[in-house]
Design a protein. Sequence first.
Lengths: 421, 154
Amino acid sequence: LARVEGEGAMHVYIDGDQVTDVQLNIYEPPRFFEALLRGRGHTEPPDITARICGICPVAYQMSACRAIEDACGVTVDGPLADLRRLLYCGEWISSHALHIYLLHAPDFLGYDGAVELARDHRDLVERGLSIKKAGNAIMALIGGRAIHPVNVRVGGFYRAPSRADLATLVEPLRRALDGALATVAWVAGFDFPDFDHDHELLALVEPGRYAIDSGIPTTDRGLQFAVADFEQHILEEQVEHSTALHARLAGRSRYLAGPLARFALSRQWLTPIAAQAADAAGLGSVCRNPFRSIVVRAVELVFALEEALALIDAYEQPAMPAMLVPARAGTGRGATEAPRGVLFHRYQLADDGAIVSARIVPPTSQNQASIEHDLRRFVAARLDMSDDRLTAECEQAIRNYDPCISCATHFLDLTVVRVPR
Amino acid sequence: MTLGTVVIGVGHPYRSDDAVGLAVLGLLADRNPSGLTLIASTGEPTELIEAWDSADMAIIIDALHHPYAEPGRVHHFVVDLAALDEQELPSAASSHGIELGQALALADALDRLPNQLILYAIEVRDVGFGDGLTPPVETAARTVATEISESWQV
């Protein structure tokens, strides 16, 4: 998992029976990468930004490619766009399987972590790893390797696989689809705390299909804007307690990106088996309980597997593995749906393609204000717990959002400060 | 199919000395080693398990970060896989708190340990954002690469 995304601390301040403050402090890497990119060539961001996150390198590559192609006036479509979507499905499968089985499920079953779960239920963990492996296989075949894919370039790929190459993925993906359906049924049966949020939900929407690699930023309260206007609508602000910027909707308030938002805004475009699985899991049209995000992720797992199989079935090897993207002066923007939510990139290029400025808005920092808001309410209802117990429950609550910092069993320093009486 | 010996370099390329495991891989790749499969890893447990899944022997190179680190100091362990529960393994520089021990415990529970495991842990101090190793850690990377290629190359 991404080492750079992994640092975090959470501070809960309690005065008597009042939670006076909750501060989630994420040491956010994109600021470093924005500086690192300045002066680099316009072909370099997909490889460099892929290193921001070890779990979602494809998301960074895809948003980077879209932004640079936008700056250069090139649209990648047809089989190359389908191949990108297939690669992205691989990342969703791998990331969701990892989070569901190794990070989130142990919380609901009373285990400290995946190791303890594996000792008692080896078959379950094996099922999760085998689903993850199917996603990794897509990334290895199309991306060149499963971790930090190297085959992605601005304009497409260095090499495009043949139909025969992709055919080797079909059987593992079909088996993984069976496993994913079993996953939905399994996690839908967990006990979920009664806890709903009221955040505005933001996700990309692409009418006709469940948005992954493109779409229009849309909220469940009627706001919609072009990716080109992202920075007018999403404002990032410094907060004292964190090096990560806090995002909010201009003229509105905090918002939540990620699976719950995607599901609320694109449920109607789920693939057939995924839609049935969502119905069977009792998800309804919108899910506002962050604890049930594990069910939504499992449904998205089914979707990504179905979508991958459909893309492979329809695939025709493109004549060229990439479109030419000649450099030109300009500014381009790109947004895609990383497993954790909307990921936005913007690049300003000089006429020789050198990067003048870069901006990266990752999903975890967008969700930070909403996570803190939820945690404040969550802690307020649990003040009589011991600090150890409260720490464990807060860790579980934070894992609902699958922030990149959630990747370890004990991922953050959590301090509870009680005012002495 | 068995991979024979896998060399797994753990680290992040833009976290200064945390990248030492990757640097050792790069040095080994330059020497074109025969009989060694080189794999870069972020250190995530399932990634490590997949990396050593078909291997007879796994050699892991990772950064060791602690407050009193002496940058460049190399620790070399032959991990006793039969006595995992009793062993205190050094944690990696990963700020996640993900430790190699966790990956080994998970692999043990899933019966997916390699037959042999060698660990090179290189002490580091600087794991801030940046690329390139500090001189003592770079020297250590060369030492470890030489030792691995001389000891385990077929």
